[in-house]
Design a protein around this ligand. Structure first.
Ligand code: HEC
Length: 325
């Protein structure tokens, strides 16, 4: 949904004034912390059974996701679309939701995460972040992206593993997360016990003990840096830094029209559901006529403007874009 909203924002960008300069939207991170986060992101030591890494479900080879509708964490074997349930450690079920891509999540605009936005920046919370942990949420996370990083390690289906299988899943099943001896402390201790990690953390946080928040902050620094992707020809066009060729502008116009048709299509489907839910059959001739007209309008707009390229003709759009800046 966030990606769709971005597209819609682009669609009206020539009227909405200049897009903020890209660098202002991305926090700068220490290269040593980024390199440390990279190691952690690919390291299964963060999972209860030491078998699943963040990269298992967010792999660059599969667009930072896993190429599956519903992924398999603990109890799976193989990578990407080839990942299967492991007969030796059969998972009770698949992960309930699709693993989203991680592009551009370091941009300041991404303040809410997960499909349902259950983790978000919230100035009313003592930690500045509202999460499913509620009052148990601890301080020390640099951003919502960092706070997110420590939730997959608690989910049995994702990284923790199942009841009684290991120290992390046992702590989770007893509700011990942030307390001494809780899941986050167990994971932090595993990382701290590895000399290379300890050495690298010392370069970032000094001699302080490694806490789970430090691990999460490093992973978030890596994610934000590694999958920043805002310098394509289209991004440059939005920033007013380059023109798009006329053929690309026609493609853009077509895309915007298809998005409109899609939106109207959804509205039609929603309307049918509302009629059903109200206990009426879809027999109201006026309503059906109205819906039919919406679809015809959308499709004829598509034929008329986008396919001929009238809506965003190359030269005209370039001129308009320049004027606006
Ligand atoms: C077993 C698969 C799996 C593993 C392992 C996993 N994730 Fe995810 N990730 C998901 C799924 C599924 C979601 C969506 C969950 C939801 O919205 O309820 C998600 C959501 C996210 C999001 C939110 C993206 C957004 O746009 O809202 C981030 C960030 C993320 N994961 C990072 C990580 C990091 C960091 C790790 C390692 C600590 C990790 N993931 C481990 C499957 C996984």
């Amino acid at each position: 949904m966030k990606k769709l909203l971005l597209c819609l924002a682009f669609a009206s960008s020539t009227h909405a004034g200049p897009v903020p300069q890209a660098d202002a939207r991305f926090a700068v991170h220490d290269p040593a912390e980024i390199a440390l986060g990279q190691l952690l992101f690919y390291d299964p030591v963060l999972s209860g059974n030491r078998e699943v890494a963040c990269a298992t479900c967010h792999h660059p080879r599969f667009g930072t996701s896993d190429g599956l509708s519903l992924g398999l964490g603990d109890g799976g074997t193989g990578l990407g679309p080839d990942r299967r349930a492991n007969p030796a450690n059969q998972p009770p079920r698949r992960v309930a939701r699709n693993a989203p891509a991680l592009f551009n999540l370091g941009a300041a605009g991404f303040t809410s995460l997960f499909h349902d936005g259950r983790l978000e920046a919230d100035a009313d919370q003592p930690t500045g972040i509202r999460t499913p942990m509620g009052a148990e949420m601890v301080e020390g996370f640099d951003s919502p992206l960092a706070a997110q990083a420590m939730f997959p390690v608690l989910a049995g289906d994702e990284m923790a593993g199942h009841y009684g299988e290991n120290d992390v899943s046992r702590a989770v099943s007893q509700g011990l997360i942030t307390t001494p001896g809780g899941a986050w402390e167990i994971i932090a201790a595993r990382v701290a016990a590895l000399p290379d990690y300890r050495r690298r953390f010392t370069a970032v946080i000094g001699n302080a003990p490694i806490r789970f928040t430090d691990i999460a902050n490093a992973i978030a620094a890596f994610t934000a840096f590694e999958w920043r992707a805002d310098n394509s020809p289209f991004d440059q066009y939005l920033q007013g830094e380059a023109a798009l060729p006329a053929s690309a502008l026609r493609g853009l116009a077509l895309d915007i029209h298809l998005a409109k048709v899609d939106t109207i299509g959804r509205e039609v489907v929603d309307a049918f559901y509302v009629l059903r839910e109200n206990g009426r059959r879809v027999e109201e001739p006026d309503e059906i006529e109205r819906l039919r007209h919406r679809v015809i309008e959308a499709v004829s707009a598509l034929d008329g403007d986008a396919l001929d390229g009238d809506a965003l003709d190359g030269d005209a759009a370039d001129g308009e874009h320049r004027e606006e800046r």
